[in-house]
Design a protein around this ligand. Structure first.
Ligand SMILES: Nc1ncnc2c1ncn2[C@@H]1O[C@H](COP(=O)(O)OP(=O)(O)OP(=O)(O)O)[C@@H](O)[C@H]1O
Length: 254
């Protein structure tokens, strides 16, 4: 059984614009699936539909074989624990009024009854926060600070630490490094790649940057105007039978 299955998904916003058109794909455990496409093609809408923040008009989104739509918030809780997200802007993901330690402990407090922990052991709040900061290569001294006292790269590492803290099966990474400078981008992507292997997590890695997607993913999907136009194993990116749009994106490949 696949970890995530997206079947014939259509999404139209209230303004009548059809943003997702018959989207189909599945994801396996421990893999990184890349989704690339230009701005406005519907990538973040798809992410929000999988996260059950946005409803779909047609189709099905299944996690470990169970359809997620039409579930009550109470019945969705185990899935919310298992599908976490790291988004583009870390500043808006962190509560400015909370110290880093309080932001880090919050998902565990919400989901501890659902969390079967393998990697991070909760013995005390201080120790748990220290394990998380260490996992994302931040000094433990940052625990007492507020978000505005951290750099963009450090803030994004904190949001990654929050996402992994409850050991989800899947993390949706929506442009996780795009707001950072080039050096921090590379460092954050390397960290994410290492964490996926250490923690046995799957990623849906969403980006407009084909080279970053190629670097991170085992499989790649290409989206254009709400349609998955191409889908292939990473090794086949340069193959001659790629869709013309993938070939267009390849001309910008760094
Ligand atoms: N809440 C909304 N209501 C109406 N239209 C929306 C809404 N959110 C997004 N859209 C529209 O849906 C389309 C897809 O947007 P989406 O954010 O999913 O694209 P994207 O590929 O993630 O783009 P980007 O990389 O710039 O974030 C765009 O035309 C956008 O204007």
């Amino acid at each position: 059984m696949s970890l995530l299955e997206v079947k014939n998904v259509h999404k139209t916003y209230d303004n009548g614009v059809e943003v997702l058109k018959n989207v189909n794909f599945s994801m396996e455990r421990k893999e990184c699936l890349g989704l690339v496409g230009e701005s406005g093609c519907g990538k973040s809408t798809l992410a929000r539909c999988i996260l059950q923040i946005e409803s779909i008009n047609k189709g099905m989104i299944m996690f470990e074989g169970t359809p997620l739509q039409n579930k009550s918030e109470r019945n969705l809780k185990p899935y919310r624990k298992n599908i976490q997200a790291v988004l583009q802007n870390p500043a808006s993901a962190l509560n400015p009024k909370l110290r880093i330690k309080d932001s880090l402990i919050d998902p565990y407090l919400q989901y501890s009854s659902q969390a079967k922990m393998k990697q991070f052991q909760y013995t005390s709040e201080e120790n748990f926060v220290a394990q998380l900061l260490e996992a994302v290569e931040l000094p433990t001294g940052l625990a007492e600070r507020f978000p505005h006292e951290l750099s963009g790269g450090q803030k994004q590492r904190v949001t990654i630490a929050r996402a992994i803290s409850i050991e989800p099966a899947l993390i949706i990474l929506d442009e996780p490094a795009s707001s950072l400078d080039v050096l921090s981008q590379a460092a954050v992507l390397r960290l994410l790649d290492e964490l996926r292997v250490t923690l046995d997590i799957s990623y849906l890695f969403i980006s407009h940057d084909l080279s970053a997607v190629h670097e991170m993913s085992q499989k790649i999907m290409v989206m254009k105007e709400g349609v998955i136009v191409d889908s292939f194993e990473k090794e086949n990116l340069f193959s001659m039978d790629r869709h013309s749009y993938t070939q267009e994106l390849l001309t910008m490949f760094e």
